[in-house]
Each structure stands twice: as C-alpha cells, then as structure tokens.
Design a protein around this ligand. Structure first.
Ligand SMILES: CC(C)(COP(=O)(O)OP(=O)(O)OC[C@H]1O[C@@H](n2cnc3c(N)ncnc32)[C@H](O)[C@@H]1OP(=O)(O)O)[C@@H](O)C(=O)NCCC(=O)NCCS
Length: 223
C-alpha cells in the first residue's frame, strides 16, 4: 500500500478499550481486534497499538524527506500526529482499519507503522502499508514486522487478498514487497499524486493460500 493516509484529522479523546487476551506462540491475541489490537512479538520488534505518546517519535522518524518521499504526506507537527493516532483508534473501533506501532526491543516508542485497511466490507480484500524511520532500514525490522502483520491480516481479520501499492520510483518499497513474497500484478498508471506530479505505482498482492504455503517453506528452512 503506498498511501499511508496519515490524515490531519480532528482531535478526539483516545479510545481506551478493554483487552481480553489469550496467549499464543508468538503473539498476544485479543478476542476482538476492534476492541484492542493484539500485541505481536517478533525477534526484533513488538507491534502494538499506537499511543498518543508515540506522536513525537513518529514525527522525528517519518517526516524526513527520504521517508516521506513516496507516501502521502505525513503530519508536520506533534499535534498532527496525535490527531492521526486518535483517528487510527476510531477507525479500528469502527472495524475499518488497523495501525500498529513498530517498537524495537529495548525501546518503548514507535519508530514506524504498519497499517491494514479494508478495501471491501469485511476485509476480504485489504490493503497494507508501512513506513520506518530510515535508521531502521536494512536492519531486518521490516521483515520481522511484515510477517506478523501479514499473519494478522490472514489469520485474525480474515483477509484473503492483501494488496499493496508502491510508486515505481520507490526502490526500497518495491524491493521490500518482492522480498516478503508479494506478486507484482501490474502497473497502475499515474495513480498517485505526489508533489503535484502523478506517479505510476506497482500493484503487489499476497493471497492467503500463497502466504500459508510460504510459511511452510520458511518453517522448513528454520528447522
Ligand atoms: C519500505 C520500508 C518500510 C522497507 O524497509 P527496509 O528496511 O528499507 O526494507 P529492507 O531493507 O528489508 O528491504 C528492501 C529491499 O529492497 C532492496 N532495494 C533497496 N533499494 C532498491 C532499489 N533502488 N531497487 C530495488 N531494490 C532495492 C534492498 O536491497 C532490500 O533487499 P535485500 O534485503 O534483499 O537486499 C522502508 O524503506 C521505508 O520506510 N521507506 C519509506 C516509506 C515507504 O516508502 N513506504 C511505502 C512502501 S510501499
């Protein structure tokens, strides 16, 4: 997903939802992700609900030119990020969207985000997107977080087709999608307006059956 939808939204009170958690092998899974996102623990990072206190860190991480170059413009102030975070909570409660903070082990604030939004009611087809502070590029953080978010989409919210859009000029974005096993289905010509210019985007997809097959291959490599 190319567009991050880091919208400048109106401030609202943060939603505080109860967590009914059960333990699984790699994650704490809530009974209903709309009430509270699960906390997903990987080898390098934890993915969790965004907190208002992540706003300053996200501003530092995501508003640099190199990060924001090929995504919808992120907020430009801490307050803008606070509004964005509050918006993510409302959209999660409404069942439209989930946004995870990426928190490397040993840290307690977000250095990036992974998000998933429904493209049709019920999330059968969904779109995902991601952005990390550039200090964390090429470190393995993307792969660690991406695997957990894709598992979440297929196993928890019931997606069967996960789409992503990346500007053709975005070498790292396309490289990351190829590496995670997404399939490039085509080019969406002049589909993304950035800095007054329409850019072509690649459409990348992962199907639930492809992902389950890939997990078997990865598991076989590890053991
Ligand atoms: C997209 C993003 C999260 C990926 O994280 P990352 O840590 O950079 O990703 P990785 O390094 O794990 O993977 C990127 C791959 O693309 C490759 N790559 C880098 N530049 C490339 C280029 N110009 N052309 C092709 N591949 C390229 C890398 O070598 C790497 O593959 P490798 O590990 O096999 O060498 C991160 O770059 C980011 O936040 N970018 C800014 C936000 C953004 O553009 N998000 C939307 C993406 S659609």
């Amino acid at each position: 997903m190319e567009k991050l939808n880091l919208r400048d939204v109106q401030p609202v009170t943060m939603v505080k939802a109860p967590v009914a958690a059960v333990r699984t092998k790699t994650a704490t899974v809530t009974s209903d992700w709309r009430q509270a996102l699960p906390v997903l623990t990987g080898s390098m990072v934890t993915l969790r609900e965004l907190r208002i206190s992540d706003a300053a860190s996200l501003l530092t991480m995501l508003s640099t030119e190199e990060v924001a170059r090929f995504i919808s413009p992120p907020p430009t102030t801490v307050e803008g990020f606070e509004r964005f975070i509050a918006w993510t909570q409302r959209e999660r409660v409404a069942g439209n969207y989930a946004c995870f903070a990426v928190v490397p082990h040993g840290m307690d604030t977000a250095v990036g985000i992974f998000q998933v939004r429904q493209l049709e009611p019920g999330f059968g087809t969904a779109e995902w997107g991601f952005a990390l502070g550039s200090a964390f590029w090429g470190t393995g953080v993307f792969m660690d977080g991406a695997r957990m978010v894709i598992d979440f989409a297929f196993d928890t919210i019931g997606t069967h087709r996960l789409e992503a859009r990346a500007a053709i000029l975005n070498g790292r974005g396309n490289g990351a999608l190829r590496k995670i096993g997404a399939m490039q289905e085509g080019i969406l010509r002049k589909s993304f307006l950035r800095n007054g210019e329409y850019l072509d985007q690649a459409l990348w997809t992962i199907l639930d059956e492809d992902w389950k097959q890939q997990r078997v291959v990865w598991a076989a490599r590890v053991h």
